[in-house]
Structure formats: structure tokens, C-alpha cells
Design a binder for this molecule. Structure first.
Ligand SMILES: CC(C)(COP(=O)(O)OP(=O)(O)OC[C@H]1O[C@@H](n2cnc3c(N)ncnc32)[C@H](O)[C@@H]1OP(=O)(O)O)[C@@H](O)C(=O)NCCC(=O)NCCS
Length: 249
């Protein structure tokens, strides 16, 4: 009689949330770069994560929560999600008008970042993150989750809309093509052949427009001719000016 193999129990991985620790910082920074690589290619506004210096500073700041979501499949836990939120507006160069919320009796929890590992998206981790943030907001007496998302980050926008987020205000990036001509002339074909010595001699007696050109050239005195004035330099690239601005998740 054939022996029966015991059926393998298929266990789904468990996801856990914990607060970030100093020893996680480098790993989380690499994780964020990985998550936002494709998002950054599509969006004007968001180039995230911010700088590593800023990321490390955030860890030291009061009033900012940095949460890690990990699954335990093998030996070591794997970071699959990150969320960052603040109870007050942070930094001096952000877009938030706090009076907007005050006048409406809103006490927001500002969601600065949500990032799910690309290999684990679509498995409910983002939903768990939102649930966790909502829970935190309730426990801390906040009335709303507030975040900013680029309009062309379609998946994220859809994700938030499906979870009852609605638009309260937004900076919309508009662009209009300026019809213009290139600063530099296009390439052109040279005349074939060059001057042969006989033609050059004849030119010293030439009259008309060509003669005018020749008389403007330095006479052959044996002394070296003065260097011609260089033309005004064209900028290689248009100048870039940019004001630093902190962005939100
Ligand atoms: C937006 C984001 C946070 C969502 O996280 P997630 O773990 O994929 O979320 P969930 O699995 O809980 O839900 C994803 C939704 O997309 C749908 N979906 C369909 N195909 C999917 C796919 N291939 N990948 C991901 N989601 C998919 C899911 O069915 C689900 O639909 P629902 O809203 O009807 O439930 C995540 O995609 C992400 O981190 N994106 C990159 C970083 C980013 O843009 N962050 C937000 C900045 S504001």
C-alpha cells in the first residue's frame, strides 16, 4: 500500500509593524530609493526620498513617527513597507497652511510617506499601513489623515481614492509649449574643394564683395595677427534655479 505523505500546511506570511530603530536607517534608505525609482521617472513634483541627510535628521526629530512593516518568511525579517507621519507641520519650507485646518476644526495627522516594496504591492500591505495610520490618528486625537500625492502617480491616487481620501486642495503643475527656434544654427554642407594657390593670388586684386572681405583680413607682414575677439559665449545649458521645497507623501 502506498504511504500517504502528510499535506504541507501552506502558511501565509505574517506582517508586523514596529517603530524604526537607528540600526535600520541605512537599510530603510535603500528600501525607499528602490520603491520610488519608478515613481520618480513619472512625476515632476516628487523626487523622493528626500536627501539622505534629511532622512537621517528626521529620525532625530520629535513628533515624527517612522514605522516599518516586515514579514517573517525565512530567517531574517524583510522590510516590505514604510510609513512616516507627523503630528504637526514640520520644516519651514513646506506647502501647508495650518490655518486652513484650524479654521475647520481639523486636527490632521500628516502622512509624509507611504512606501511598499514593489514585489509586495497589491497584497494588502498598503491597506494595512493606512489602517495603522488611521488607528494612530484616532488614538492620538487626530481627526484626519492628510497627505499629498502627485496627480500622475495614478496607482497611488486610485489607492487613496478607494480608501475614502478626497481632494482638499492641490498645486497643479501646468505646462505650455513655448514655440521657439534653437539658439544654434543647424549644420550646413561645405562647398566642395578648396582654394588653389592660383585663385588666392588673383584674389588680392579682386573687387566687389569678396574684395571687401579680404581687406578686413590682417596683411601678411610676417608679424603674428592679433587674435580675433571671441564671440559672446552661448550658455551650454539654460541656467537652472530651484528653490528647495519639502514634499509630502
Ligand atoms: C500606492 C501603494 C502605497 C499601495 O500599496 P499596496 O500594498 O499595493 O496596496 P494594497 O495591496 O493594499 O492595494 C492595492 C490596490 O491596487 C490594486 N492592484 C491591482 N493590481 C495591482 C498591482 N499589480 N500592484 C499593486 N496593486 C494592484 C489592488 O487590487 C488594490 O485595489 P483596491 O484599492 O481595490 O483594494 C504602493 O503601490 C506604493 O508604495 N507605491 C509606490 C510608492 C508610492 O507611490 N507611494 C505613495 C506616495 S503618495
Amino acid at each position: 500500500m502506498a504511504s500517504r505523505k502528510p499535506a504541507l500546511a501552506v502558511t501565509e506570511p505574517t506582517i508586523r509593524v514596529r517603530r524604526i530603530h537607528r540600526r535600520d536607517l541605512n537599510k530603510v534608505w535603500e528600501f525607499l530609493k528602490r520603491v520610488f525609482r519608478s515613481v520618480n521617472r513619472e512625476t515632476v513634483e516628487y523626487q523622493r526620498p528626500r536627501t539622505k541627510t534629511r532622512f537621517l535628521e528626521i529620525y532625530e526629530e520629535e513628533g515624527i513617527e517612522q514605522l516599518l512593516f516586515e514579514i517573517h518568511e525565512g530567517e531574517a525579517p524583510v522590510i516590505v513597507g514604510y510609513a512616516e507621519c507627523a503630528y504637526e507641520v514640520i520644516g519651514s519650507d513646506n506647502w501647508i497652511n495650518e490655518r486652513y485646518f484650524e479654521s475647520r476644526d481639523m486636527r490632521p495627522l500628516f502622512v509624509e510617506e507611504i512606501a511598499i516594496h514593489p514585489d509586495f504591492q497589491g497584497r494588502g500591505i498598503g491597506s494595512f499601513v493606512i489602517e495603522q495610520l488611521e488607528h494612530l490618528a484616532r488614538v492620538r486625537g487626530c481627526t484626519h489623515l492628510v497627505l499629498e500625492v502627485a496627480a500622475n502617480n495614478r496607482r497611488a491616487l486610485q489607492f487613496y481614492r478607494a480608501r475614502s481620501f478626497s481632494q482638499i486642495d492641490a498645486a497643479i503643475f501646468l505646462a505650455k509649449k513655448v514655440v521657439s527656434e534653437p539658439e544654434l544654427l543647424p549644420p550646413r554642407t561645405l562647398r566642395s574643394g578648396g582654394l588653389d594657390p592660383g585663385d588666392a593670388e588673383g584674389m588680392s586684386e579682386a573687387t566687389g564683395p569678396e574684395a571687401q572681405v579680404l581687406t578686413d583680413m590682417p596683411a601678411e607682414t610676417g608679424e603674428s595677427a592679433p587674435e580675433p575677439e571671441p564671440p559672446p559665449a552661448l550658455p551650454a545649458k539654460p541656467a537652472r534655479t530651484r528653490k528647495p521645497r519639502s514634499r509630502r507623501a
